[in-house]
Design a protein around this ligand. Structure first.
Ligand code: GH3
Ligand code: MG
Ligand code: MG
Ligand code: MG
Length: 311
């Protein structure tokens, strides 16, 4: 439906306000002034953000790796350490290339500000910074960082989780299994004779098939299930709090429904099947072990004639 721009803008404002209100961002602050640091920490914590405050620049990399913030506030001058030099160093680390870095600077010095930007800083707030300004800047920056993070973690063809995030979510579910003692299931799915589909009908038609299976998985599995595109025509599914029997039942039903879909390429019609292997994920089987076991089961299913599910 066509919408006028003011209505659309209102909707965006509303979404933004909702997003900011429910935001749980992670902020790291590094400053060599302990009193100031504690003040920033209180302001941001009382605003509902998770904060890691650091006064020792030599610990920056270790703390980043452990805390994994959405954004970083950094002082310009910290004893022997120059903030802009640290920013430059972070930009050479693949993991921190896109971490938003916002500098505190007391100076009105334009040259310094340019230097900060040139070395990989994203922005700065001028000291003294009001509590309100600090909190709002932090919230908005965290929100943007998370939006972007979501975009880069989703596969563009299917909208499913990419390999890396799927694994992260799998490991999180494993941690939940340990904590609460429940069993979950990991499944690996792989399209059957997919090379043949590409060779016969072309790559674009192949893509349509990949999207169709993705949509089927998304619509038929629960909201809490984790669905990732593990590789080209391979998918990983995590079913939290689920027995192997139940998982087989669910996936069997999905495989039968998928096999019934009719695809068109020019004047021709064709169908595709997938094979799946499932394995238990629980306190005894780590994410990695469960993936390996599901892969083994998938391999068995391929050898046993494809189109279906094997434990
Ligand atoms: P099997 O039943 O044993 O799995 O046979 P297969 O032909 O599906 O297995 P194989 O893994 O050898 O081939 C997978 C093919 O999937 C090869 C590759 O060209 C194709 N493929 C991978 N990613 C994509 C994609 O994004 N789009 C399309 N159209 N094809 C893809
Ligand atoms: Mg300082
Ligand atoms: Mg494959
Ligand atoms: Mg295949």
């Amino acid at each position: 439906e066509p919408q006028d721009i003011p209505a659309l803008a209102d909707r965006v404002e509303q979404l933004l306000a909702e997003g900011l209100a429910t935001l749980t961002g992670r902020v790291m602050i590094i400053d060599d002034d302990p009193e100031l640091l504690e003040h920033y920490r209180l302001v941001l914590t009382s605003g509902g953000l998770e904060v890691r405050a650091l006064d020792d620049p030599s610990r920056l990399l270790a703390e980043l790796a452990e805390f994994r913030p959405d954004i970083l506030f950094m002082d310009v001058q910290m004893g022997h350490y120059q903030g802009p030099v640290l920013a430059r160093m972070l930009r050479f680390q693949a993991e921190w290339v896109s971490l938003p870095i916002i500098f505190f600077s007391s100076e009105e010095d334009r040259d310094l500000q340019l230097d900060v930007l040139a070395r990989g800083g994203d922005d700065f707030v001028t000291k003294p910074v009001s509590d309100e300004f600090l909190l709002r800047t932090a919230r908005i920056r965290c929100y943007r960082a998370r939006q972007l993070g979501k975009l880069v973690s989703l596969d563009s063809l299917t909208g499913l989780l990419k390999h890396g995030l799927a694994k992260t979510e799998l490991n999180r579910e494993h941690a939940r299994c340990i904590r609460s003692g429940h069993d979950s299931v990991v499944a690996m799915l792989d399209l059957d004779h997919f090379k043949r589909i590409n060779d016969t009908y072309g790559h674009a038609t192949g893509d349509t098939v990949i999207k169709a299976l993705s949509n089927l998985l998304r619509h038929r599995l629960r909201n809490t299930d984790i669905i990732g595109r593990y590789g080209g025509e391979e998918f990983v599914v995590v079913l939290p709090e689920c027995s192997l029997d139940k998982a087989v039942e669910v996936l069997e039903a999905l495989s039968q429904d998928f096999a019934r879909l009719v695809f068109n390429a020019g004047n021709e019609e064709f169908s595709v099947t997938f094979s799946a292997g499932v394995a238990a994920l629980n306190a005894f089987a780590s994410g990695e072990k469960a993936i390996e076991a599901a892969d083994q089961a998938l391999y068995q299913r391929k050898r046993a004639g494809r189109n279906g599910v094997t434990v």
